[in-house]
Write a protein of this length. Structure first.
Length: 136
């Protein structure tokens, strides 16, 4: 694992949350992006080496909608940057973590992503992410 790439925060209203995080950080988000497979609209802020990803559910079946229903708004996941997501998924499986997919999938912000079940990591949903490049 290289660094914390971003922290994902589940919010009820992306527009409101964008305003709040703009006030908090002192600058604008750099993109808004829909991830249809996860039923979310995302917004990204860069803060030094890391980012903040705000997540608003776009359907009631979205995992983010379910998260908010159960736990309210708040930190949804922590994403770590890795150089080789396939190798990391295999390593972590071997270490006893529950990896939530067989293969990495396309996530927001031009990344391959995979998740570890929160039960594997003391209640925190862990995301692995790797930049998508042309040859990869
Ligand atoms: Zn994320």
């Amino acid at each position: 694992m290289k660094k914390i790439e971003h922290i994902g925060i589940a919010v009820r209203n992306l527009e409101e949350a964008n305003k709040t995080y703009k006030s908090l950080l002192g600058f604008e988000h750099y993109k808004t992006e829909a991830v249809e497979s996860d039923g979310v609209m995302t917004s990204f802020f860069t803060c030094g080496e890391s980012k903040i990803e705000l997540l608003e559910a776009t359907s009631p079946e979205s995992p983010v909608a379910k998260f908010i229903e159960k736990r309210g708004e708040g930190i949804h996941h922590i994403a770590f940057y890795v150089d080789d997501i396939v190798a990391e998924m295999a390593r972590l499986k071997n270490e006893g973590f529950t990896v939530l997919s067989e293969k990495p999938k396309r996530g927001a912000d031009n990344k391959w992503v995979a998740f570890l079940h929160p039960k594997s990591a003391h209640g925190v949903l862990i995301e692995l992410c790797q930049e998508i490049t042309e040859d990869h």
